[in-house]
Write a protein that binds this ligand. Structure first.
Ligand SMILES: Cc1ncc(COP(=O)(O)O)c(C=O)c1O
Length: 435
């Protein structure tokens, strides 16, 4: 009999893709579905990049494993003012088909177990498991000031894991964060960096949403621990180019052998990113004003949508810290726990299922992001609107206000209304629902 490997048999089906498949099935059935399950930025490809890709269509050769020289040089200079010379000079740059594969390759290259702040993006944990390593959860605090990792809680997670015979050797931090839409405040980054330096833990800073920060500030831990920080990023989010599959990584020279290990993984797996795509992406890193304006305009629209969602949820009594970046909200239904329990809702999965089955509202349960089963959180993506129409309107002078959302993002408003109806029905103990 032909069998799957044990590690793959035990891997749960990706919750993101599962939600997306269900939504497509319902839509194919002519049902209206409000899609807060899948986080894909809805904006069109800027003309400059479309043209550059068309111009590069003749390129067909394999490129070097690190990436096209012109692209690597452009990336280095684009990030220099952000990271500073010290970090740029302390790192080598690699190009990959999406930052997801750089995250995977980094996990593969570094011996030991993964420290994972909770909640975190869905793929870190399965990637660790596919590599036969353990995941050590690190608690976080979420509030209107952001996503906080208490340095002492991090130290304790490391010490406790070692006492249990584990080898916590790498941590992935991500800000602005998927699933929370929150950032780690800049002033809290040095203390996290210091603990990782003292404990010999590699920092993997997932900055894929780095430019989708609603206050326009780029926050990074990299300069605080240059010798042990790898950054993963790319164009999937701020330029809505997820399907182009382009990611870049900054690999610290201070970790002996790491760059070579990454080159080795690349040469034995994906070889190189598609040559035309690499050539076209050089233009994304040249600092062209039209591209920078496009990024800012898209981010302004993400800000409007996601802050509107935070405010709307708060108005229904749901805990929803004000979104700071990316395209997400991570509401917590803890205030409704007692009534939810009376109504048979005890887990994030229960909430997610009722919303999908009864209201045609797709969300993702908090447990997909590492939260315990009974933590009553969901991840909401605020991308269910026509990005091309919204962007064109904003570029033609429309104000980003309530009227804008009513016209260009009615599903977002309807979703907020649904949350109101949902908590009104399930979040209060009435005579009729007490057995
Ligand atoms: C937090 C986070 N990191 C990494 C990725 C991977 O992005 P890509 O592989 O397209 O660069 C995603 C995509 O959804 C993400 O949300």
């Amino acid at each position: 009999m032909i069998e799957l490997t044990k590690i793959i048999r035990e891997l749960p089906h990706s919750p993101t893709l599962w939600a997306n498949d269900l939504v497509h099935a319902k839509r194919a059935n002519d049902e209206t579905v409000y899609h807060m399950g899948f986080g894909e930025s809805p904006f069109p490809v800027p003309d400059r990049l479309k043209n550059a890709l068309a111009d590069a269509a003749h390129r067909k050769e394999y490129l070097t494993v690190d990436g096209l020289n012109d692209l690597v040089d452009a990336v280095r200079e684009y990030y220099r003012p952000i990271y500073g010379d010290a970090y740029i000079d302390a790192t080598d740059i690699i190009v990959a088909p999406g930052s997801k594969l750089i995250l995977y390759a980094l996990q593969m290259a570094i011996e030991g177990d993964l420290l994972m702040p909770v909640p975190s993006w869905v793929s870190y944990d399965p990637q660790a498991k596919m590599l036969h390593t353990d995941v050590i959860k690190v608690p976080t605090i979420l509030d209107d000031a952001g996503y906080h990792i208490d340095p002492e809680a991090l130290r304790k997670a490391i010490t406790d894991a070692r006492a249990q015979g584990k080898n916590p050797s790498k941590i992935i931090i991500n800000a602005p964060s998927n699933p929370t839409g929150l950032s780690i405040p800049s002033e809290e980054l040095p203390a996290i960096a210091k603990i990782c330096q003292e404990e010999g833990v590699l920092i993997i800073s997932d900055e894929i949403y780095g430019f989708v920060s609603f206050d326009g500030k780029y926050r990074t831990i990299a300069p605080h621990a240059a010798e042990i920080t790898a950054v993963t990023t790319g164009l999937s989010k701020h330029l809505s180019l997820g399907g182009w599959r382009i990611g870049v990584g900054f690999i610290p020279k201070g970790v002996d052998g790491l760059h070579n290990a990454m080159r080795c993984i690349i040469s034995e797996t994906w070889s190189c990113v598609s040559a035309p795509v690499q050539q076209a992406c050089v233009e994304a890193y040249k600092g062209h004003q039209d591209i920078e304006d496009h990024i800012k305009e898209c981010t302004d629209i993400h800000s409007l949508m996601n802050k509107t969602i935070s405010k709307g949820l708060q108005s229904h009594g749901i805990i929803a810290p004000m979104a700071q970046g990316a395209f997400y909200n991570y509401p917590d239904f803890e205030p409704f726990r007692e009534a939810f329990a009376v109504n048979g809702l005890n887990t994030s999965q229960d909430i997610h299922e009722i919303l999908l089955n009864e209201y045609n509202l797709a969300t993702l349960p908090g447990k997909a992001f590492g939260a315990e089963e009974d933590v009553l959180t969901l991840r909401l993506s605020g991308c269910d609107y026509d990005g091309a129409a919204a962007l064109a309107a904003y570029q033609s002078g429309a104000s980003l206000d309530q009227a804008f959302i009513e016209k260009y993002a009615p599903h977002i408003l309807k979703s907020i209304t649904i949350f109101g109806e949902f908590v009104a029905k399930y979040g209060f103990i009435s005579k009729s629902n007490v057995a």
